[in-house]
Design a protein around this ligand. Structure first.
Ligand code: ZN
Length: 239
């Protein structure tokens, strides 16, 4: 069983009635609700001690999902460093939506801003699958339509994705690289765009399926060999 920790900033939910209406238990619990059927799930939030990301919790985390927006700067740098080390050691990482601006995403991407174009105007979004046969797009229709979402547009300040799985189109005419995979050290990363806090996106069955597939794909490979580094003796004796 894969152990997931869902990390949510959980601030909009505390102060914005519009968000409370969509996610009364918080975005983390909306994500947990559909993930817990298939995985072992715990949640952590910004205001928990150590942001809920103690060594003990991270020791039991195979995959970390991250949702943050208005309080990226409040995330402690030491915890960002700790999460980065875990990812390099093999923990899977799924930054969602506005996590593009989080400290941890920017550090792992090596990007200065992580910025993009955006607009909150009830745009329709069409997410086109552009890689059939990838485990993350398995069982997903060719196009996912979201009636209303925040618009994210290119250019998105990220390094070239290793695999680009989804491209979004918005009614304003913009396009966006919505599903991107990366490897960093032993860790796998999947950035997935949808999920603005005022829209019910995380209740959409296909969006849920993409996130479930992504958890399986980023989870650490079992039995990966322990490859030694540093000074070594030769395997062959020189004549
Ligand atoms: Zn947003």
């Amino acid at each position: 069983m894969i152990n997931i920790t869902i990390w949510n900033e959980n601030r909009h939910e505390k102060i914005n009635p519009e968000v409370q209406k969509v996610y009364p238990e918080g975005i983390h619990n909306a994500l947990a609700a559909f993930l817990k059927g298939e995985f072992t799930v715990r949640t952590a939030t910004l205001d928990d001690p150590e942001h809920g990301l103690t060594d003990e919790i991270l020791d039991h985390t195979d995959v970390l999902i991250w949702w943050g927006h208005m309080a990226h700067e409040e995330v402690n740098d030491q915890i960002v460093e700790k999460v980065k080390e875990r990812v390099l050691d093999g923990m899977g990482f799924i930054p969602l939506h506005s996590a593009h601006n989080s400290k941890i995403f920017k550090v792992l991407m090596g990007t200065r801003t992580g910025q993009l174009k955006w607009r909150e105007a009830d745009d329709k979004e069409r997410l086109w699958v552009i890689e059939a046969g990838h485990p993350i797009t398995e069982g997903i229709p060719e196009v996912i339509e979201l009636e209303k979402e925040e618009m994210y547009g290119e250019r998105f300040d990220i390094p070239q994705p290793e695999e680009l799985l989804f491209i979004s189109w918005f009614t304003g005419g913009e396009v966006f690289r919505s599903g991107c995979t990366y490897k960093r050290g032993k860790g796998r990363i999947f950035y997935f765009r949808p999920g603005h806090e005022t829209y019910p996106t995380y209740y959409h069955k296909d969006i849920q399926k993409v996130i479930c597939n992504a958890v399986n794909w980023v989870s650490p490979t079992l039995n990966s060999p322990d490859l030694k580094l540093g000074n070594v003796q030769p395997l062959e004796i020189k004549n």
